[in-house]
Design a protein around this ligand. Structure first.
Ligand code: BTN
Length: 339
């Protein structure tokens, strides 16, 4: 829930000129002293706010922060009811899962500035440094039984499209997708998606689906460890060092995820078309690797020929036979330094 400081910040962000203390206090229905206290607290957080006796307050330097006030400036106030903004967490997916079991509604968002134990796919970790990335989890509560597992797995591909749209809207960069859900800019991974589903064993009903999204935004290329130098990058590093306001990307992402939640899994055609046009895997030589071994020796080589209607990928193997794969690891030769 936003507090006084957040309301003041949102108003300062949305006003290019000076905003009088009187106007602010009557709009927010709080005292002039409370406005002063909020401004002091915002300055302590790194916002540069000019104050002039006659004119009031003006935000003159807007640092890249993730907090409720930043989102309040960009989203309808009501949307903030189910968004939790935190500084450091273990994993936003873990918090969203706990909220899900506590009965949180569909559309609940958990956002953090830093993760100490960010989770990646296949039990890997996701490096989540403070102040530069976006770590966001979104709760879906579909009324689908788990036997619709093929349908459920499409959520991850839809999410990749939602992330591409959000980044394009916020940053003017159109990313590409490596099947199934790595989001790339200039062939470098700038976003990972981890979707987790929770099922009630007795009834077989889905308790919830948590979509976890991690976006590398403002890291320098040298911030990534040597073993990721050929694989991972950030939006900033791929855009000549441009610094992006993460809140702008988060707001676009929440709008896109709300749109996804309203459509999924029924109105697939638009998402399928966008997925197909963004997918870099098609036409490429690939190695299909067992998720259990991770070894190149067991890889089966072929060519990715199409994205099917259910978002599975059709691979023609070198012996001529074709398979449709709905999950697993498909390595693209020439991408991520993979030969
Ligand atoms: C991957 O590429 O392996 C998936 C990475 C997913 C990372 C995100 S960050 C927000 C959410 N919380 C987590 O612990 N993981 C996901």
């Amino acid at each position: 829930m936003p507090g006084t400081k957040d309301y003041v910040l949102a108003d300062l962000i949305n006003n290019e000129t000076y905003l009088s203390g009187e106007k602010l206090s009557s709009k927010l229905n709080i005292s002039r002293a409370a406005i002063n206290t909020a401004v002091k607290a915002l300055r302590a957080d790194g916002y540069v706010i000019d104050s002039s006796t006659n004119k009031g307050y003006k935000l003159t330097e807007h640092p890249d922060k993730l907090n409720a006030g930043e989102l309040l400036a960009l989203l309808p106030e009501k949307r903030l009811d189910t968004i939790t903004c935190l500084d450091t967490v273990t994993s936003t997916n873990k918090i969203a899962k706990d909220l899900c079991y506590d009965g949180a509604p569909a559309g609940t968002v958990v956002l953090a500035n830093h993760q100490s134990a960010g989770k990646g796919r296949l039990g890997r970790s996701f490096i989540s440094p403070p102040d530069t990335g976006i770590y966001l989890s979104y709760l879906l509560r579909p009324s689908l039984s788990p036997d619709k597992i093929a349908t459920i797995s499409t959520v991850t591909a839809w999410t990749a499209v939602a992330v591409c749209n959000a980044i394009e809207n916020a940053c003017g960069i159109r990313p590409e997708i490596k099947w199934v859900n790595d989001v790339l800019v200039n062939s470098m991974k700038i976003c990972g998606i981890l979707t987790e589903m929770f099922v009630e064993t007795e009834s077989g009903l889905i308790t919830g689906i948590v979509i976890g999204i991690g976006i590398n935004v403002n890291q320098k290329q040298t911030d990534f460890p040597p073993e990721l130098q050929e694989i991972a990058s950030s939006l900033s590093a791929q855009d000549g060092g441009t610094k992006f306001l993460r809140a702008t990307i988060v707001a676009e992402l929440i709008k896109e995820l709300d749109r996804l939640a309203a459509n999924w899994p029924h109105n697939a055609s638009e998402y399928l078309a966008m997925y197909r046009s963004s997918c870099v895997t098609i036409g490429k030589e690939v190695d299909v690797v067992s998720v259990h071994t991770d070894s190149k020796d067991n890889a089966r080589r072929g060519v990715a020929v199409a994205i099917n209607e259910d978002f599975s990928i059709k691979v023609r193997f070198n012996d001529g036979h074709e398979e449709n794969l709905s999950s697993g690891e498909v390595r693209v030769r020439g991408l991520y330094g993979y030969s």
